[in-house]
Design a protein around this ligand. Structure first.
Ligand code: PEP
Ligand code: MG
Length: 561
């Protein structure tokens, strides 16, 4: 038995035979850049459809972005120029795309740094086409599960694998937030990246992959196998307990109703989702419709997209978040000025109030798409009552305009705010006097309370909701809105942390919205929480000064499973 440690990239464990992927050279290949680019475009179009059918919208988006890049003259022109100067085509692709990727790699914004990864994936696809090479792996006979071990895997490679047999993967390169990792998470399989000793894995050897710790065990011995077996049994018990949960609602152990909703980026994220136990959608991130495209979507296009979400929900609740873009997300057609601190810059409601046409078009599209149905709208990054009132005023103007044209708009649309800045937290009592509801964006709230960029792993400050300041902030918000009789929910990642959720239930939280892969865990954690006990635990935690003590009190210090 041998054990190696890589980076934990996608959680869970898998025990299966290793399949080592290698590059095979010398197949038929195109002669020109245009031909290679066209073949790559056809490949990513097919992968987009496959990802949409097999994994979901978030993964499919990756391939739409690749198609847009492969059609972008600014990407291909420099390659042509270099080749025109006598540089061999493959070398020109390598040089030019590396140069372009290097520009993105220097960016402060994590979003832009991810573009470097896209460019490298495209470089790899073009080079493979031009060299006639392909990733080759020999699957063992039968239909048993396999763990793929590869130097690197692009999203295209991963999509092409047989999902039914893929139990996990391990690579030498790739970070923990790359697109291929997102894909693994969406597929619900473990992944370990950054494994320096990749060549120590023999083809066909039994492999135990622990995506939670990054531990890779080659030919595990009896003790490790027994541990893996125990984990498997725990997992089975968890799944059995889920089947026992009441199918139509979620109750705490002491019988309090907790409303669970799902976060989506579009109608595709609702495909195949069992809605019975859910209130509906608690956060619809509408910005995916606006990024990575050449022009803003018009009212008609937006209306069509929003209508798909309304239809998919079959009357269940829908909370739409209006456009949350800004300096850190590249939206070329908006020509946003470069900012040194995009997370402290003109984003969310600030941008929409400045560029009112964006907001007006989105409001109109939402109202048209609703066809008289009820729904809720919330504004991101709100700091002040004034911002909320301004947005509400625009909303009412558009609504009255449409009603005057005979377009049916419900008179019962709720307007609320995301609470994700310290300003909104401190003025929660004032906001509670005006809004219909509030939803806590714990992801942004954490970075702003701690004054540490959520995309920068090197600030020296961990993005942790367990930090005493964040715990107190979240508690203050929940209690203030609840005291004002205003519905308050959590739609940031903290809502799906099974150790943190009970604490928030103790604060009085009764509405939570999480990504679809976390719905079951959240329902399970809720069903195992006693609110009276959680309230007592909260009082102890609020007296703690050190994050380590809070983590220990909540069993989130890594010592329990
Ligand atoms: C949040 O900030 O917690 C949130 C839900 O919004 P986003 O992650 O999209 O910024
Ligand atoms: Mg946010």
């Amino acid at each position: 038995m041998k054990q190696y440690r890589g980076l934990p990239a996608s959680g869970g464990t898998a025990l299966a035979a290793a399949v080592v992927a290698r590059m095979a050279q010398g197949g038929p290949h195109p002669e020109t850049l245009e031909e290679a680019a066209e073949q790559c475009r056809a490949q990513v179009r097919a992968l987009h459809d496959k990802a949409l059918a097999e994994v979901g919208a978030e993964s499919a988006e990756i391939f739409s972005a690749y198609e847009a890049l492969l059609s972008d003259p600014y990407l291909l022109e420099p390659i042509r120029e270099l080749h025109g100067q006598g540089v061999p085509l493959s070398q020109a692709v390598e040089q030019s795309l590396e140069q372009q990727a290097a520009v993105f790699l220097r960016a402060k914004s994590p979003y832009l740094r991810e573009r470097a990864e896209d460019l490298r994936s495209i470089k790899q696809m073009l080079l493979r086409r031009l060299g006639g090479s392909a990733l080759e792996l020999t699957m063992p006979r039968g239909d048993g599960p396999v763990i793929v071990a590869a130097e690197s895997l692009s999203p295209a490679d991963t999509m092409a694998l047989d999902k039914k047999r893929l139990a996990g993967f391990v690579t030498r390169t790739g970070g923990t937030t790359s697109h291929v990792v997102i894909l693994a998470k969406n597929l619900g399989i473990p992944a370990v990246t950054g494994l320096a000793e990749l060549e120590e894995i023999p083809d066909g050897a039994p492999l135990l992959l622990d995506g939670d710790t990054g531990l890779v065990t080659v030919e595990p011995d009896e003790t490790v196998l027994a541990w893996a077996e125990e984990r498997r049994r725990e997992q089975e018990a968890f799944e059995a307990a889920l089947r026992e949960l009441p199918p139509e609602e979620t109750l705490t152990r002491d019988g309090r109703r907790v409303h669970v909703s799902v976060n989506v980026g579009g109608a595709q994220d609702l495909e195949g989702l069992e809605l019975a136990a859910l209130d509906g959608v608690g956060l619809y991130r509408t910005e995916f419709l606006f990024v990575e495209r050449a022009r803003a979507p018009g009212v008609r296009e937006q209306e069509e997209e929003y209508a798909k979400v309304f239809d998919a929900l079959e009357g269940k609740e829908l909370v739409v978040r209006t456009l949350d873009i800004g300096g850190d997300k590249e939206v070329p057609y908006l020509a946003l000025p470069k900012e040194d601190n995009p997370f402290l810059g003109c984003r969310g409601i600030r941008l929409c109030l400045r560029r009112e046409e964006l907001m007006r078009e989105q409001f109109e599209a939402l109202m048209r798409a609703s066809r008289g149905r009820d729904f809720s709208v919330m504004f991101p990054m709100v700091n002040t009552v004034k911002e909320f009132l301004h947005a509400r005023c625009v909303w009412e103007e558009i609504r009255d305009g449409l009603s005057a044209q005979g377009i049916s708009v419900s008179g019962n649309i709720k307007l609320g705010v995301m609470v994700e800045t310290p300003a909104a937290m401190i003025c929660a009592d004032a906001l509670a006097g005006h809004v219909d509801f509030a939803s806590i964006g714990t992801n942004d709230l954490t970075q702003y309370i701690l004054a540490a960029d959520r995309g920068n792993p090197d600030t020296g400050v961990e993005q942790s909701v367990y930090a005493p300041a964040v715990v107190r902030a979240v508690c203050h918000i929940i209690r203030t809105f609840a005291a004002g009789g205003v519905k308050v929910s959590v739609c940031g990642e903290a809502g799906s942390d099974p150790r943190f959720l009970p604490l928030m239930l103790g604060m009085g939280l009764r509405h939570v919205s999480v990504s679809r892969s976390m719905v079951d865990r959240v329902r399970y954690a809720t069903a195992h929480t006693n609110c009276a006990e959680a309230e007592r635990l909260l009082e102890r935690v609020l007296g703690m000064e050190d994050e380590a003590d809070i983590r220990r009190a909540l069993g989130a210090d890594g010592r329990e499973g």
